[in-house]
Design a protein around this ligand. Structure first.
Ligand SMILES: NC(=O)c1ccc[n+]([C@@H]2O[C@H](COP(=O)([O-])OP(=O)(O)OC[C@H]3O[C@@H](n4cnc5c(N)ncnc54)[C@H](OP(=O)(O)O)[C@@H]3O)[C@@H](O)[C@H]2O)c1
Length: 361
């Protein structure tokens, strides 16, 4: 019996009747923003989780050990994406793999190789393990929308791919790395007979489990802590982190899940974002002016989240996620609490706070 078998057997007794009872899955980059919520969900479902982290003793990963079920069913494995042996060890004995780890940077040196080679190592490890029935890859909207030739009326869906030359030309190395990694994953999965499902989240917000501020949360924090004095003339799609975790679970568990799954609730102009934030939290110095007062206001693109809704996912409204992002930043000490919230303030933000374009097929 391997260590994993022992833990899985023990965990089965603790796990109750969840969908993951008695199964072991690997989550790469377990301490990250999205992965932490995914690990939490998997533990709640009764899975035994082998989570890879670069440094299991780093206090920034301590929140994982505090999750319900972690003491019995979470194993932290030390692994860098460029260490094939460590990845193989983490995936060994698993029934499923969630590959979420990736650098999140526009530095080409740090981004491209770990994203692409790391994904190939995870697929190799899944094949070698011989027990993995499905792999779920966390790709990104960055692999989907960076296409200057897409017409304004095109509904962005799973058939869209970012233009690699355009990503390179605009030095958008994060999108380039995510797109090349996803392409490599599809090619390797096809060649090696791996059942692969890909989740493509848009910009992810919502409460944090980890103690540090990741890149997509920094995108919101800068509008509250005074570091951004203006907002950009830009549009962006948003989704709640708990829905992204849910999408990964559905991608793994539902036999009907296949291909790419766009994970998005709503497309907002930055002006909508700051308007919602200042309405909910008027005590912070939320910018009121756009940095571009010359060009016409950028129009939101249309997008489809039909595939995930067909799998039963009901997306939380983004205004709710924005509210909970700020509350979480306050609770974790990243933002000072400047005024006491009343009970009325805690109500779910009204529909008129939404703005933007709801995503429907
Ligand atoms: N947040 C978003 O808006 C968003 C949107 C679309 C897609 N995604 C994708 O979702 C995934 C998770 O992102 P996140 O937002 O949760 O970001 P995050 O909190 O920064 O998590 C990234 C994780 O990847 C790990 N990682 C990075 N480079 C690594 C390497 N060389 N070896 C091993 N682990 C490495 C990090 O480990 P360390 O803690 O050791 O650095 C961290 O655990 C990524 O694939 C990202 O591209 C995110």
């Amino acid at each position: 019996m391997t260590v994993v078998d022992v833990v899985a057997a023990a965990g089965g007794a603790e796990a109750g009747n969840g969908s993951g009872n008695g199964q072991t899955v690997c989550v790469t980059g377990a301490g990250g923003y999205i992965a932490s919520w995914l690990v939490k969900l998997l533990l709640e479902q009764g899975y035994t989780v082998k989570g890879t982290v670069r440094n299991p003793d780093d206090p920034k990963n301590a929140h994982l050990r505090a999750l319900d079920g972690a003491a019995e069913r979470l194993i932290l494995c030390k692994a860098d994406l460029l260490d094939a042996d460590a990845i193989r060890h983490a995936v060994h004995g698993c029934h499923g793999v969630f590959h979420t780890a990736s650098p999140v940077t526009d530095d080409p040196e740090q981004m491209v190789e770990p994203a692409v080679r790391g994904t190939e190592y995870v697929i190799d490890a899944a094949v070698e393990a011989g027990t993995v029935r499905r792999m779920v890859l966390t790709s990104s909207i960055g692999a989907v929308t960076m296409d200057p030739n897409r017409g304004p009326d095109v509904v962005v869906d799973e058939s869209c791919w970012s233009d690699l030359d355009f990503c390179k030309k605009t030095r958008n190395w994060y999108c380039y790395g995510k797109a090349v990694a996803e392409q490599a994953a599809w090619e390797a999965a096809r060649q090696r007979g791996v059942d692969l499902v890909v989740v493509n989240p848009v910009l992810v917000i919502g409460p944090l489990l980890q103690p540090t501020v990741n890149a997509s949360i920094a995108h919101i924090l800068k509008y509250l802590d005074g570091s951004a004095s203006k907002f950009a003339n830009a549009v962006q799609a948003y989704v709640d982190v708990r829905d992204v975790a849910d999408a990964h679970l559905r991608a793994f568990e539902n036999p009907l899940a296949s291909g790419r799954l766009l994970c998005a609730e709503r497309v907002l102009h930055r002006e909508d974002v700051v308007r919602i934030l200042s309405k909910l939290f008027p005590e912070y110095p939320v910018p009121t002016r756009c940095s571009d007062e010359i060009n016409p206001r950028k129009q939101p693109y249309k997008m489809s989240n039909q595939k995930l809704r067909d799998l039963g996912l009901e997306f939380r409204p983004v205004s709710q996620s924005l509210y909970e992002t700020v509350k979480s930043l306050q609770e974790k000490g990243h933002l000072p609490v400047l005024s006491e919230q009343t009970e009325a303030d805690k109500e779910v933000p009204a529909e008129e706070l939404q703005g933007g374009v709801t995503i429907r097929a």
